[in-house]
Design a protein around this ligand. Structure first.
Ligand code: TXA
Ligand code: MG
Length: 335
């Protein structure tokens, strides 16, 4: 049972009208869980930093995270689960994962593993990749929230894009007030830096981000970690690679007409006629809905019977920036 009285306040700040309850009660926790189940954003403390949480299985809720953070591109997000059994339902574990999970979970370690075939987590949370980053937080407050919501929770650090990660509820509200439904206030985060991210997709484990668990402690269990070499300017994060997420078919951007062999990725009420097949990103021209549908739509249209995917113009503001970034990289020349 969580010692709830330690966690002082649930702040509801929809429409900027913050109500602060003096003591976080089980009813407050239920309220926060209900908000998550309804697709709303709830920030919460973890032992590392505050996270900006959403139902990881809800495409539009995950898209709302990117909108709130004003992220100019879709980085994959860390998904938080209650225990190893819950993790094993979402990804494929191997021996290395089992060793690391046994030692460091719950705690500040995130593991990147292959998505299970029937993984219910939004493709947007994986930024279209076949992998998923998972973490089991140790902090009792997110644990109680995950249990109450009964969901895997996608949560990047609860800051605006380009700003430092927040370690108090005040930091969260400074940047996100009016953009989130609530923040659970658990005081100052104990660790204060983000989780260590280890990629277990390839034959050699790779350190994607140093963090709360020391790399040396991980190497004791799974051997040497590959790292970005000293001369390498940017970490080899998947989002940095120009054509990493490319579908098999070529993409034709800014399409106002469509060829008879092309599939059409449509946006807005009046798509050109004549496509062999069409998927709407958003019929009503809503960028959050478009982001939510992006990766599933690209996959659905990426079939050999088409010559290309024609993509209608997407406005270059709000989430349109991240959508266009993603589309440009998908259309970039392949290595
Ligand atoms: O401590 C933390 O990890 C915090 C708390 C809230 O849990 N969360 C956090 O999330 O820092 P975020 O989204 O700010 O950082 C996620 C990191 C990014 O560097 C991202 O590139 C990497 O994890 N990542 C996530 N999924 C990945 C994937 N499938 N493949 C490679 N890298 C991934
Ligand atoms: Mg972050």
């Amino acid at each position: 049972m969580v010692p709830l009285a330690e966690y002082i306040a649930l702040r509801m700040n929809a429409e900027r009208a913050s109500t602060v309850t003096e003591r976080l009660t089980p009813a407050d926790l239920d309220r926060a869980a209900a908000l998550l189940r309804a697709g709303r954003l709830v920030a919460f403390p973890t032992e590392t930093v505050y996270g900006l949480g959403a139902d990881a299985t809800n495409d539009e809720a995950v898209a709302a995270i990117f909108a709130a953070k004003a992220r100019p591109r879709f980085n994959p997000l860390i998904v938080h689960v209650i225990d190893e059994a819950a993790a094993r339902r979402l990804v494929r574990f191997d021996e290395r994962a089992a060793l690391l999970a046994g030692r460091f979970w719950p705690g500040p370690l995130s593991l990147v593993l292959p998505r299970a075939d029937d993984c219910p987590v939004s493709l947007l949370a994986s930024a279209g990749l076949d992998s998923l980053a998972l973490r089991i937080p140790a902090h009792p407050l997110p644990r109680a929230l995950i249990r109450a919501a009964g969901l895997p929770i996608a949560a990047p650090s609860a800051n605006r894009s380009g700003r430092v990660s927040p370690t108090t509820a005040e930091h969260v509200l400074d940047e996100l007030d009016g953009r989130i439904a609530a923040v659970l206030d658990g005081g100052t985060c104990r660790v204060g830096i983000e989780s260590t991210v280890v990629d277990l997709i390839g034959p050699r484990p790779r350190l994607l981000r140093p963090g709360g668990v020391a790399a040396e402690a991980i190497e004791e269990l799974v051997g040497r970690l590959e790292r970005a070499s000293a001369g390498e300017a940017a970490p080899r994060s998947p989002g940095m690679l120009e054509s990493h997420y490319a579908p098999s078919l070529p993409l034709r951007l800014e399409a106002r007409q469509v060829g008879p062999d092309e599939a059409l990725l449509a946006f807005g009420a009046r798509p050109p006629q004549g496509a062999k097949e069409m998927r709407w990103l958003s019929r009503k021209g809503d960028l959050t809905e478009a982001a939510a549908n992006l990766f599933a739509a690209l996959r659905a249209l990426d079939r050999p019977e088409f010559s290309a995917i024609a993509v209608m113009p997407i406005p270059d503001h709000g989430l349109g920036l991240a959508i266009n970034d993603r589309l440009r990289r998908a259309a970039a020349p392949r290595p």
